[in-house]
Design a binder for this molecule. Structure first.
Ligand SMILES: [Zn+2]
Ligand SMILES: [Zn+2]
Length: 384
C-alpha cells in the first residue's frame, strides 16, 4: 500500500510499504478515507523532533474499519470511525483518572519526568520514536491499537471533512479555551491563526467571549480570522501585539491569552537561526507575549507544541501579575464526544478552514507548501 514516509528532515516520500495487520487482540485495521497534515507534523518534518528511522506520518485520520481483533467488540468491519491522536489503553491509572493523553501503556518511553528524551506521555500516531514509534495514518491503511477504547463511530450522513478534525485540532482548540476558563464577556487573545488558533477563536466566541483578537504574522491567516471567526486581528510583524491588545482592553490586557504557536517551525525563524539555543530564544517570544498581553490575574493557555527546556522563562512576570497557566497535549478522549455532538447538531463547524484537498500522492509537495506557508495554505486534507 501507499504511505507517507518520513525519511529525513524535509524529505517525506510516498512509498510502497507492507499493509498493517492485527498484531494484538485490541487492534483494528482501518482503511483511511481522509487524513490531514498538522502543524505539529512540521516539527517532525523540520527535524525539531529527532527521528532516526523512517516512519509513516500522520495522526489526524479517519476511515472505514476493515478488520478487528477478537477483543474489539464495539466495532465491526464497515464502521466509519475517527481516531483520537493520543493512543490510550482506557485501563491504566492515567486513563481512568481523566488523563488518557498520559496513558502508561502506549509509549515505551512513558514516565513521570516529562524530559526531552524520556518520561513522555501517551504514544501518538506517526509522531516519532519518542511518542511510541507507531506508524501513522497518512496511508491507505493504518493499524489502530486499543481500538475498543479510542475510536468514535461516525454516522453515515456526516461528511469526512465535517468530523475529521475531531481527531486533533478541534479538541485541541477546545482544550485551549477550556484551560483558559473562557467565560461570558471575556476578551481572548489567540496567538497563532493556524488551524488550531482559528478554531480556538471560534470556540472562544461559543463560550461567550465578547471580543476575540487573532495574532499572526501572515496576512492571509489574519484575513481568515477576520472573515470566518469574526476576530479583531493584529499583524505582529507590523505592530506590537501587547500594545494592540492593551489598546483593545482599556489598557488592562486580555482576560485570556492562548499560545497556539509553540515552537512553530516558522520559515523566517529557521532561516535566521540554526543553533538550538537560538531557536529556544526565538520561541520564547510567543510565551513572553502571552504573559505580557494577559491582564493581571489573567489566564494563559498553551496548546502550541514545546519540546525542550527554555532559558529565561519569565517567572517573575508570571508571579507579579498573578497569572494562571496550563498547557499540554489535548485530552482528546475526554472532549471528543461533546464536540462530536456539537458538530453533528450543526452548532460547530471546522471544515471551512480547509484550503487544500489533494490525493495522498501529493503529500511531499503539500508538506513543502504548508511548511513554506505558500498558496494561502492553512489546512491540507489528503485522500488516499
Ligand atoms: Zn495534529
Ligand atoms: Zn492507559
Amino acid at each position: 500500500m501507499k504511505a507517507v514516509r518520513y525519511h529525513k528532515p524535509k524529505d517525506v516520500r510516498v512509498d510502497d510499504v507492507e499493509e498493517p495487520r492485527i498484531e494484538h487482540p485490541r487492534d483494528a485495521v482501518l482503511r483511511v478515507t481522509s487524513t490531514a497534515i498538522c502543524g505539529s507534523d512540521l516539527h517532525v518534518y523540520n527535524g525539531l523532533l529527532p527521528q532516526l528511522r523512517e516512519m509513516t506520518l500522520g495522526h489526524e485520520f479517519m476511515g472505514v474499519v476493515e478488520e478487528v481483533g477478537p477483543e474489539v467488540t464495539n466495532l465491526r468491519p464497515g464502521d466509519r470511525i475517527v481516531v483520537p491522536f493520543p493512543m490510550a489503553c482506557g485501563r491504566c491509572w492515567y486513563c481512568t483518572n481523566g488523563l488518557p493523553n498520559s496513558c502508561a501503556n502506549s509509549n515505551h518511553l512513558h514516565g513521570p519526568e516529562g524530559n526531552v528524551l524520556k518520561g513522555k506521555g501517551a504514544g501518538l500516531f506517526g509522531y516519532t520514536d519518542l511518542y511510541g514509534g507507531k506508524d501513522g495514518g497518512q496511508a491507505e491503511k493504518v493499524r489502530v491499537p486499543f481500538a475498543d477504547y479510542g475510536p468514535r463511530k461516525v454516522p453515515d450522513h456526516a461528511k469526512d471533512e465535517q468530523v475529521l478534525f475531531l481527531t486533533d485540532i478541534l479538541p485541541t482548540a477546545y482544550e485551549a479555551v477550556r484551560w483558559g476558563k473562557v467565560k461570558e464577556g471575556d476578551t481572548v487573545a489567540v496567538f497563532g491563526c493556524g488551524p488550531v488558533g482559528l478554531l480556538a477563536q471560534r470556540l472562544a466566541k461559543h463560550m461567550g467571549a465578547s471580543k476575540v483578537i487573532g495574532v499572526d504574522v501572515q496576512d492571509y491567516r489574519l484575513d481568515m480570522a477576520k472573515r470566518l471567526m469574526g476576530s479583531v486581528t493584529v499583524n505582529a510583524d507590523e505592530q506590537d501585539p501587547d500594545d494592540f491588545i492593551r489598546g483593545e482592553t482599556e489598557g488592562r490586557g486580555a482576560d485570556v491569552c492562548i499560545d497556539a504557536v509553540g515552537m512553530e517551525a516558522d520559515r523566517n525563524l529557521l532561516e535566521k537561526v540554526g543553533a538550538l539555543v537560538h531557536l529556544q530564544r526565538g520561541t520564547m517570544k510567543v510565551l513572553r507575549h502571552c504573559f505580557g498581553a494577559a491582564r493581571r490575574g489573567g489566564r494563559v493557555s498553551i496548546v502550541g507544541v514545546y519540546g525542550v527546556p527554555y532559558d529565561n522563562f519569565p517567572l517573575g512576570q508570571f508571579f507579579d501579575k498573578n497569572l494562571e497557566m496550563k498547557g499540554g497535549q489535548a485530552n482528546v478522549h475526554e472532549v471528543v464526544d461533546e464536540l462530536m455532538e456539537m458538530v453533528l447538531a450543526g452548532k460547530l463547524r471546522a471544515d471551512d478552514i480547509i484550503t487544500h484537498v489533494r490525493p495522498l500522492e501529493d503529500a511531499p509537495a503539500m508538506y513543502d507548501i504548508f511548511n513554506r506557508k505558500e498558496d494561502g495554505c492553512v489546512k491540507v486534507v489528503l485522500k488516499p
